[in-house]
Design a protein. Structure first.
Length: 86
C-alpha cells in the first residue's frame, strides 16, 4: 500500500505523513489513545493548512503539505522543550 501511494503522492509527502504525526504525538502525550488522537489531529490540521496555503499562495500541494507538517513538528518540538524545562 505504501509503495502505491509513494508513486502517487511522492516519497517526501508520504513519509512525512508516516513520521511527523507519530513524532508529534510521542513528544506531547503518553497514553496510546491520546497518541492516536494527537497524531490524527496533527496530520489533519497540517493537511488542511497545507491545502489552504497551496490554494491561496498558488504553491504545489505536496510541498505545501510537507512544509505544514514540518512547521507542526517544529512547533511541537519547541513546546515540548519548554514543557520539560518547566
Amino acid at each position: 500500500v505504501v509503495t502505491s501511494f509513494v508513486r502517487i503522492g511522492g516519497v517526501l509527502m508520504i513519509f512525512s505523513y508516516l513520521i511527523v504525526p507519530a513524532v508529534c504525538a510521542n513528544l506531547l502525550v503518553e497514553s496510546l489513545k491520546a497518541k492516536l488522537l494527537v497524531g490524527w489531529m496533527t496530520a489533519t490540521t497540517a493537511s488542511v493548512f497545507g491545502l489552504y496555503a497551496s490554494y491561496k499562495l498558488d504553491l504545489p500541494t505536496g510541498a505545501a503539505i510537507v512544509c505544514a507538517l514540518g512547521g507542526a513538528l517544529l512547533l511541537v518540538a519547541v513546546a515540548a522543550g519548554f514543557r520539560r524545562k518547566a
